[in-house]
Design a protein around this ligand. Structure first.
Ligand SMILES: Cc1cc2nc3c(=O)[nH]c(=O)nc-3n(C[C@H](O)[C@H](O)[C@H](O)COP(=O)(O)OP(=O)(O)OC[C@H]3O[C@@H](n4cnc5c(N)ncnc54)[C@H](O)[C@@H]3O)c2cc1C
Length: 452
């Protein structure tokens, strides 16, 4: 019903019904079951998006926006069928304003491509999800993405000044501002950021930039065990050091890396820390790096490697970059969660993970953004009959008991809907549902996500 009028409005070539092409838009990087959409739209301007959302509302068809498809919670999966709205055709950098340190971009631009473009101008866009070579700015805004640099610079929400957002039915909102400050009315931009495509579709984002820090130092610290690693992280934070990156890989993760032969992990390594400082002043950056090395040595570090420039720094990043793939090779099955605990609770979390591993006879390696208390915790198993759900339940119970949250970056999507009510009380959850209805009264905008 929808395909004909849509083709007439936006052009045949943007409306996809070829099964092979639709199959490529059915899943994402989560463990959620893919679902074929009935149709896809390859939008390349706001008017295309508006036309689709007008007609979808009229014909009662659900629409699921999609960026790079790298999401880890099933957010871009069209769980009720309908139309997948592929946003990767809206990929222009509309403006880079050097004087006011901001940029206006279309949401389909790949994050790493945007970062390179601003860095070529001596500017800097800090949010850096590890998927930055394939994820999009729109997906980052929808999931309020974090990344290794969040310890110093914060997450995506802190950089989104404004949006152009199309609502189901075709209404276009212009939210936010271009100024550093601004408190006029409710902060609708902040509400839309992190709404996982369930309230509207971004077709433009205004983002804050910084001057590119010219000086960098990267450190890779080999520690004898994860207890020493946990203590080292605590000392670094207590000392008031603010590396832009502070990443941790636990003992089992180190074993996983060693097992795959990747990353050049030497014997005697029981945990790894990767840290990176940046700043305007070489001497200051070097002094902070040396101080971090001393603190780690006091906690028993076996070796601290430091690099200041391109290729050498990249070598230190090698182990971190291959973690995700190494885990995939280690076992037949895995689920991967991104829990966060208050930093001070990290030792109790690690201890609890060992208990869960023992109870269920599985491996539970974790790694991630230790500076933020954000751990990518994986449950690995080989037995096809093993049901991971009770182990995941224990993991979330442990996280919440420690005062944490069940997702720091990846969002609720389809994957964690059943668990949201464990974390959010009934009244707040009801308010969230009401907010969704204000933007999307008929429930056609990315249905089946966040709420059960
Ligand atoms: C190897 C790997 C590493 C990762 N590392 C990180 C990390 O360090 N930090 C982190 O936060 N995440 C990380 N992720 C998860 C993922 O990359 C992020 O969630 C990312 O923000 C998703 O962007 P995307 O463009 O791929 O979005 P998609 O997966 O396509 O979609 C994600 C959500 O955004 C919505 N959406 C997409 N575009 C729009 C739009 N224009 N308007 C409204 N809604 C939209 C979709 O409906 C969906 O709900 C990683 C993933 C992988 C595979």
């Amino acid at each position: 019903m929808l395909a004909g009028p849509l083709s007439r409005r936006i052009g045949d070539h943007k409306v996809i019904d070829d099964r092979d092409l639709l199959e490529g838009l059915a899943g994402d990087e989560s463990h959620c079951e893919p679902r074929m959409p009935d149709l896809a739209v390859r939008a390349d301007c706001t008017d295309d998006v508006r036309a689709l959302l007008e007609l979808a509302d009229k014909f009662d068809v659900p629409v699921t926006p999609r960026g790079g498809g790298t999401g880890k919670s099933g957010g871009a999966i069209p769980v009720l069928g309908g139309v997948v709205l592929d946003m990767t055709g809206l990929k222009k950098i509309v403006e880079i304003d050097r004087q006011n340190l901001l940029a206006v971009v279309e949401p389909g631009i790949v994050t790493g491509v945007f970062q390179e473009a601003v860095e070529d101008e001596g500017l800097f866009y800090p949010p850096d999800p590890n998927s930055l070579e394939t994820c999009t700015m729109g997906g980052n805004a929808a999931h309020n993405a974090g990344g290794p640099r969040a310890f110093k610079y914060g997450v995506t929400r802190e950089y989104i000044l404004g949006t152009r957002t199309v609502l189901m039915g075709g209404k276009i909102l212009k939210t936010g501002r271009r100024t550093v400050k601004g408190v006029a009315g409710y902060d609708v931009t902040a509400l839309l950021v992190g709404s996982e495509g369930t309230m509207g579709v971004f077709t433009e984002l205004t983002v804050k930039l910084m001057r590119k820090p010219p000086s960098l130092a990267t450190l890779l610290v080999r520690l004898p065990d994860e207890i020493a690693g946990g203590r080292a992280v605590a000392r670094i934070v207590e000392a008031g050091l603010v590396p832009r990156v502070l990443e941790f890989m636990d003992g089992i993760m180190v074993d996983v890396l060693r097992h795959t032969g990747a990353g050049g992990i030497e014997e005697g390594t029981g945990a790894l820390l990767l840290a990176e400082f940046d700043g305007a002043d070489d001497e200051r950056v070097e002094a902070d790096a040396v101080r971090l090395a001393e603190l780690c040595e006091n906690e028993g570090a076996v070796e601290v490697l430091m690099a200041r420039h391109g290729g050498e720094r990249e070598k230190l990043w090698a182990a971190r970059r291959i973690l995700s793939d190494s885990i995939k090779e280690r076992s037949a099955f895995k689920v991967s969660e991104d829990i966060v605990v208050p930093r001070s609770e990290a030792p109790r979390l690690l201890e609890g993970l060992r208990t869960i591993a023992k109870k269920y006879g599985v491996m539970v390696p974790s790694y991630g953004h230790a500076g933020d208390g954000n751990y990518h915790t994986n449950i690995l198993w080989d037995d096809p009959d093993f049901d991971p759900v009770p182990a995941v339940c224990d993991l979330f119970d442990l996280t919440l008991a420690l005062g944490g949250t069940i997702t720091g970056e990846h969002g609720i999507g389809m994957a964690k809907r059943e668990w949201l009510s464990k974390e959010i009380d009934g009244d707040t959850l009801a308010l969230m549902r009401d907010l969704k209805k204000v933007f999307d009264p008929r429930g056609l905008m990315n249905p089946g996500k966040i709420f059960v």
